[in-house]
Design a binder for this molecule. Structure first.
Ligand code: KG4
Ligand code: ZN
Length: 400
């Protein structure tokens, strides 16, 4: 089965085409084409993602990325060369253009660009389109959704609306094989526990069986990635700050392995009996610490980055351990942009070793937003009997 994945929930525009094959052990997946355009440079000046600008950029990038992805996948067949399908009768063609125009009525440029592409190529051999319909920034999600619906109107390829967070969960089940772009999809042992940590989410999710989710812990305020980004901003570092803070923390850890932190920070909610999180107080504690200092030197930035990351690590590992004690999972999964963090990976690996639990981690490049995870989640949903539909909307608050 070939699936086209489309991701536009935040500031990455992603288009990916996968080919899947079911096997007894789960399945194989080949990435036929994978295109990603990151808007971070544009949003950097605002210190965060500007939703309407994200939307405009997605609209600008979707057609070139789709074209590049089809070419990469060998599915770009020019109309004149193909001569495979009998040319549609004129009336049907006009009806289709009208349908696409209606779907994209608020996206004039996207319509024009898409129309240009559609006039030159044959319908690709793709079985389904998986598009993120939430959660995320609603205007940004909206462009991806109408783009998928336009492709459906012209090509008749069914759509499977896909949850972005489910993408972050399932991408951890891909294990790279020796062949380039080929992965095995491994069967997850249930119950599993997923720690989803991104710019918009901090959640502990109990997965009782295939695609059966129950949120057992959530943040009461900021997401952990948001806290990383805000602390980076306070330290005068560019957006997104997660990796920069993490690199500074590593430098401090390596240079001064036994130094006592000069700026202790709190571990919010670490002793709360529930599995919820709070990161806003930690961020504010950094702000107050900085306010007391006459100047913020590079050394101080390093020290604060390390203490901040240690506070995050303490809270995350403590909550995961608590959830393991409560739910006795067979697998721990991490996902979301913050799961690219090497310390979070290694600390959770230690916990899994201690409890003798499987640990599923996405490839670093697949931790942050991408369309591969959306295509895969779409495939898994179709396999599980999920319905394809065009009767759905973008939903910024969609829950697992
Ligand atoms: O999943 P993602 O790409 O987008 C959302 O859905 O939010 O996550 C982006 C977040 C940003 O807050 C970014 O700072 C953080 O992931 N991030 C990291 C690292 N790499 C990305 N945080 C900590 N350490 C990293 N290495
Ligand atoms: Zn994400």
């Amino acid at each position: 089965m070939k699936i086209l994945g489309i991701e536009t929930s935040c500031d990455e525009t992603g288009v990916c085409i996968i080919k899947t094959q079911e096997t007894e052990a789960g399945g194989n997946l080949t990435v036929l084409g994978n295109q990603l355009y990151s808007q971070v440079k544009l949003h950097e000046q605002y210190g965060g993602v500007f939703p309407m600008m994200a939307k405009r950029e997605h609209a600008k990038n979707l057609v070139p990325l789709l074209e590049a992805c089809l070419r990469e996948a060998g599915l770009y067949i020019s109309k004149d060369k193909a001569n495979l399908s009998p040319s549609l009768d004129k009336e049907a063609e006009i009806r289709k253009v009208g349908a696409v125009k209606k779907i994209l009525e608020r996206e004039g440029n996207l319509f024009v660009e898409l129309q240009k592409l559609l006039e030159t190529i044959e319908k690709p051999t793709i079985d389904a389109i998986a598009v993120t319909n939430g959660p995320g920034l609603e205007p940004a999600l909206w462009v991806g959704v109408v783009f998928a619906k336009a492709l459906n109107a012209v090509w008749g390829i069914p759509i499977i609306p896909t949850n972005h967070m489910e993408g972050h969960v399932v991408v951890s089940s891909l294990i790279k094989t020796e062949n380039k772009n080929e992965y095995s999809i491994i069967e997850t042992k249930y119950p599993a526990l997923a720690l989803l940590i991104s710019g918009g989410h901090t959640q502990l999710v109990l997965i009782k069986g295939n695609l059966q989710y129950k949120i057992i812990g959530n943040t009461c305020d900021d997401a952990v990635g948001e806290a990383y980004d805000k602390v980076a901003r306070m330290l005068g570092l560019p957006y997104p700050g997660g990796k920069i803070i993490s690199d500074l923390a590593k430098k401090e850890r390596t240079e001064f392995p036994s130094k006592k932190t000069p700026y202790p920070l709190p571990r919010p909610m670490i002793h709360s009996k529930d599995l919820n999180f709070s990161f806003s107080g930690l961020k504010t504690a950094v702000l107050y610490t900085l306010k007391k200092l006459p100047e913020i030197t590079d050394q101080i930035k390093q020290e604060i980055a390390l203490e901040f990351e240690n506070a995050v690590l303490d809270v995350l590992t403590s909550k995961v351990s608590q959830a393991i004690e409560e739910y006795d999972p067979k697998t721990i999964i991490i996902g979301g942009g913050v799961s690219a963090n090497p310390m979070i990976r290694s600390e959770l690996q230690k916990i899994c070793n201690k409890y003798n639990i499987n640990f599923l981690v996405p490839e670093v490049a697949a931790s942050t937003d991408n369309a591969l995870m959306i295509a895969l989640a779409g495939f898994m949903n179709i396999k599980a009997g999920g319905q394809t539909t065009t009767d759905f909307r973008a939903n910024g608050n969609l829950s697992l």
